[in-house]
Design a binder for this molecule. Structure first.
Ligand code: NAD
Length: 279
């Protein structure tokens, strides 16, 4: 008997887990979103990336290996509903439908509840939460038209636990988990699953920017702080973006066919540990 075709097999048999599927990934040109774009495309999906940063979008061709899945990209601000609608229309017109929606666009700002201004609050909540809602609102009709699909919202462990001075961010992520549950409940009858992925610290441009800000600004200082953050995770390090993309890809695919409404930590054990150590 010949070997079974693996859903991960890029060359061998040409059988790919996401062959024939069309995905939109917001924030898909950097960090976790980029790793997700690469994973979905490597496993056969056609991926349309929607990101706000023109230079990231222009670099994308160099960052995603050729085939088997096609990758297209558009400069889109997810807080602009007309722009979101345009990229969705582009996707459906060009590729004939939509099966998978991943929202990885997000921003981090710092401030306690006492010192976060309403401008900062609105900025974070608008990108991290409203941006996801606008994406979902404009894509769900197309998933329904396909008879079903999968939505994966990239949330954070900060939906459950909170570091200091991230009031708006942690609130946005907790709300995102609730939004995933809400979509799961409301769309189950349409064959649509919705889940959240909750990463701990992940080595991405966002984390590096934070490390630069809170270290002495040198490369060594930045690296040392990321390692220090890594040691707070029981596995002793921060995640790679592709490790988070694995969870996103799993939840986006048919192997997760009976999983909906969950918030899956991908956190090296961070949420499992109580910071009380026996002497
Ligand atoms: P990143 O900065 O590398 O990627 C974020 C992407 O979102 C970028 O491509 C950026 O251009 C895009 N973006 C920002 N605002 C946008 C907007 N208005 N419209 C469209 N695109 C926009 O950071 P990342 O770490 O990959 O973050 C991805 C997601 O993962 C975010 O939601 C973040 O909150 C979450 N997350 C990150 C970590 C971490 O440690 N890196 C941990 C937990 C959760």
């Amino acid at each position: 008997m010949g070997a079974l075709a693996s859903p991960y097999d890029r060359k061998g048999t040409g059988v790919h887990e996401f062959a024939g599927k069309v995905a939109i990934v917001t924030g898909g040109a950097s960090g976790i979103g980029l790793a997700t774009t690469r994973l979905l495309a490597a496993r056969g999906a056609t991926v349309v990336v929607a990101g706000i940063d023109k230079s990231e979008i222009e670099q994308l061709g160099h960052l995603v290996p050729e085939g088997p899945g096609e990758v297209a990209a558009r400069v889109v601000d997810v807080t602009d509903e007309a722009a979101v609608r345009d990229v969705v229309d582009f996707t459906v017109t060009r590729y004939g439908g939509l099966d998978i929606v991943v929202t990885a666009a997000g921003i981090q700002r710092y401030g306690t509840a006492a010192d976060t201004t309403s401008e900062e609050w609105d900025e974070v909540l608008t990108v991290n939460l409203k941006g996801c809602h606008l994406t979902v609102r404009n894509t769900l009709p197309h998933l329904r038209a396909r008879g079903g699909g999968a939505v994966v919202l990239v949330s954070s462990v900060q939906a459950f636990v909170t570091q200091s001075a991230v009031a708006a961010y942690t609130a946005s992520k907790a709300a995102l988990n609730a939004l995933a549950r809400s979509i799961a409940v409301d769309e189950a009858g349409n064959g649509i699953r919705a889940n959240a992925v909750c990463p701990g610290s992940v080595d991405t441009p966002m984390l590096r920017a934070a490390a630069r800000r809170f270290s002495d600004g040198t490369e060594a200082g930045e690296r040392e702080l990321i390692e220090r953050w890594g040691r707070t995770h029981p596995l002793g390090r921060v995640a790679r973006a592709d490790e988070v993309a694995e969870a996103v890809g799993f939840l986006a695919g048919d192997r997760a066919g009976f999983i909906t409404g969950v918030a899956l930590p991908v956190d090296g054990g961070l949420l499992a540990v109580a910071p009380v150590v026996l002497p």
